[in-house]
Design a protein around this ligand. Structure first.
Ligand code: NAP
Ligand code: GCO
Length: 265
């Protein structure tokens, strides 16, 4: 049974994985036996990523690619298939956020978030599915969010994108399940990464950021998530152990979605 969680012999592409959640998931996949392929938008980040993987004893394959650019994505996937092999596991991890009140956000800013967080997962999944069909199996994991289920002030574009990503996940599962391709999502709660650093800044008086305190009160585990918290669920969804799990978003949130929140003292 334990072998079902192995990724031996699998080639995993994790997008935007020079650092942060993508890097954590990719390192876990390597420890489970996978060959790691990743991309980032800048060569210097790819180089930094390769060095960071090497520090962990992982020989990763890095490619420069803007995932919103279909031509670049198709060229990258073709190069991966030529240089490394056909992709078995895709993690659509790249994502940006713009925290701006909706009525102050420009249409261009809204579109940029949708482009990276929703259009790009479509583009990359579309590029890798033909190879997965040929191989007779595939795993696609879309990194969703609490904002796939909930709204909050200033994140209208991000929530729209992550809500759409949940439905894209279900649709890929519906359309390609017959080819033994499983498409699922991971919905991280609030994780301590560069993306959420502004929400955890220590205040001038030395107190915790109000949003930091809010998340602690909203999380039964009474803590922010760590990158390590995501690694086991990510391995499960990439492995044979989840072959009959399809179209599901696995929330790794410490219980936020289940909890009304701690009463203020
Ligand atoms: P992060 O630290 O900001 O990393 C995002 C990565 O995506 C970076 O490597 C970034 O590269 C890359 N990227 C952005 N736009 C790109 C593009 N057009 N083409 C290629 N790469 C691009 O974010 P994170 O916190 O690790 O989050 C990763 C994913 O998890 C995102 O989808 C995010 O929405 C989601 N998520 C995060 C949290 C959280 O609490 N942190 C919770 C739930 C979901 P650059 O540095 O060059 O921009
Ligand atoms: C925010 C945060 C969240 C997290 C994550 C929660 O501003 O509310 O950035 O969106 O990044 O998506 O799951």
């Amino acid at each position: 049974m334990v072998n079902k969680f192995s990724l031996e012999g699998k080639i995993a592409l994790v997008t935007g994985a020079s650092y942060g959640i993508g890097f954590a998931i990719a390192t876990a996949y390597a420890q489970a036996g996978a060959t790691i392929v990743f991309n980032d938008i800048k060569q210097e980040l790819v180089d930094k990523g390769i060095a960071a993987y090497a520090e962990k004893g992982i020989t990763a394959h890095g490619y420069v690619c803007d995932v919103t650019n279909e031509e670049q994505v198709n060229a990258m996937v073709a190069k991966i298939e030529e240089e490394v092999g056909t992709i078995d596991v895709l993690v659509n991890n790249t994502g940006i956020i713009k925290r701006i009140p909706m009525c102050e956000m420009t249409a261009a800013e809204f579109r940029q978030v949708i482009d990276v967080d929703l259009n790009a997962p479509f583009i990359v999944a579309k590029a890798v599915i033909p190879g997965m069909i040929k191989k007779g199996h595939g795993k696609i994991i879309n990194i969703c969010s609490m904002m796939s289920e909930l709204g909050r002030e200033t994140v209208s574009a991000y929530a729209a994108a992550k809500g759409g990503l949940k439905m894209l996940t279900r649709n890929i599962a519906s359309e390609y399940g017959e080819f033994n391709i499983q498409c699922n999502g991971i919905g991280p709660g609030y994780i301590a990464t560069p993306q959420t650093a502004p929400l955890r800044e220590i205040q001038p008086d030395g107190s915790r950021h109000p949003f930091d305190q809010f998340i602690i009160a909203k999380t039964p585990a009474a803590r922010w998530g760590t990158l390590e918290d995501l690694q086991g669920p990510a391995i499960f969804l990439a492995s044979d152990a989840s072959d009959f799990v399809n179209g599901h978003v696995l929330y790794v949130d410490g219980g936020i979605l289940a909890y009304i929140g701690k009463q203020p003292q």
